[in-house]
Ligand binder design. Structure first.
Ligand SMILES: Nc1ncnc2c1ncn2[C@@H]1O[C@H](COP(=O)(O)OP(=O)(O)OP(=O)(O)O)[C@@H](O)[C@H]1O
Length: 251
């Protein structure tokens, strides 16, 4: 396996606060790589720099062998590096399939040209249906987005990302706000997406992280403390000290 995504000495500061501190991270093609760390460790800030939403103060991001540090969100999305939400918003009055079709079209052409081709673009429809099926929403493909429950809406965001046929998915807390049952369903879903996509997952639900990840990186105060297999991370003394009391990690 080779690195599909790589950061080198990535640094982001807000005034005197160093939120991403010299982070050099490698995500191998095909792996599910999780980022964990205490609140405020800089996980979201890191993901924002990987998606292209936020520019680092220094350091670089490489994707598929190319330096994309100066490439914006859309440019990275077109290269296949995609965040699971905020790419395009969900239209409540549109069906699941129409939303996913818009997402599929959104990566290829100007935002307003797809109204006319929405129902006619076979390629986009096929990509939409693939995304919907992969996100486990096939039974609701014809339902308006407004009918979806919270968990289903998060699945739709995932379906929309998948409809754009990404190589690499950035997932920022996909289980946030979900019930235990909904989280379990997302774990099953992500298990089914493993290997088909390279995935970087930021998630507070440690059961989910340890069940899913091939490798885990631990961020503390913006610094990358360690990267390892779930077993290595579970047995790492520093990580255990950081998570002392959070029994999920040490269980
Ligand atoms: N725009 C900003 N301006 C100033 N400080 C910021 C800004 N964005 C984030 N921070 C600070 O950077 C630090 C890291 O924030 P970030 O949201 O990346 O952490 P996190 O690990 O994702 O946290 P959580 O687990 O709580 O979501 C925090 O101290 C936060 O207050």
């Amino acid at each position: 396996m080779s690195a599909l995504l790589q950061t080198e000495k990535l640094t982001k500061r807000y005034g005197a606060l160093v939120v991403t501190d010299d982070v050099s991270l490698e995500v191998q093609a095909g792996e599910l790589h999780a980022i964990i760390g205490p609140n405020g460790a800089g996980k979201t800030t890191l993901i924002n720099q990987l998606s292209g939403e936020l520019a680092p103060n220094s350091g670089s991001v490489r994707f598929a062998g190319k330096d994309v540090t100066a490439t914006g969100i859309d440019g990275r999305a077109r290269q296949g590096l995609l965040r699971s939400y905020q790419i395009t918003s969900v239209f409540d009055e549109f069906t699941v399939r129409e939303n996913a079709t818009l997402a599929a079209l959104g990566t290829q052409r100007h935002a307003f040209s797809f109204w006319t081709s929405l129902l006619g673009d076979k390629e986009a429809l096929a990509a939409a249906d693939e995304g919907i099926a992969a996100a486990g929403l096939a039974a609701l493909a014809d339902s308006p987005a407004s009918d979806l429950g919270y968990g289903e809406r998060r699945q739709l965001e995932l379906a929309m990302a998948l409809a754009a046929r990404p190589r690499f998915l950035l997932l920022d807390e996909p289980m946030a706000g979900m019930s235990v049952q909904e989280s379990a369903a997302v774990v099953t879903l992500l298990q089914s997406l493993k290997r088909k996509y390279t995935i970087l997952l930021v998630e507070h639900d440690m059961n989910a992280v340890f069940a899913l990840a091939d490798r885990i990186s631990v961020l503390v105060y913006g610094k990358l403390l360690v990267t390892g297999t779930p077993e290595e991370i579970r047995n790492n003394a520093e990580v255990r000290a950081i998570y002392l009391g959070e029994e999920e990690v040490v269980a």
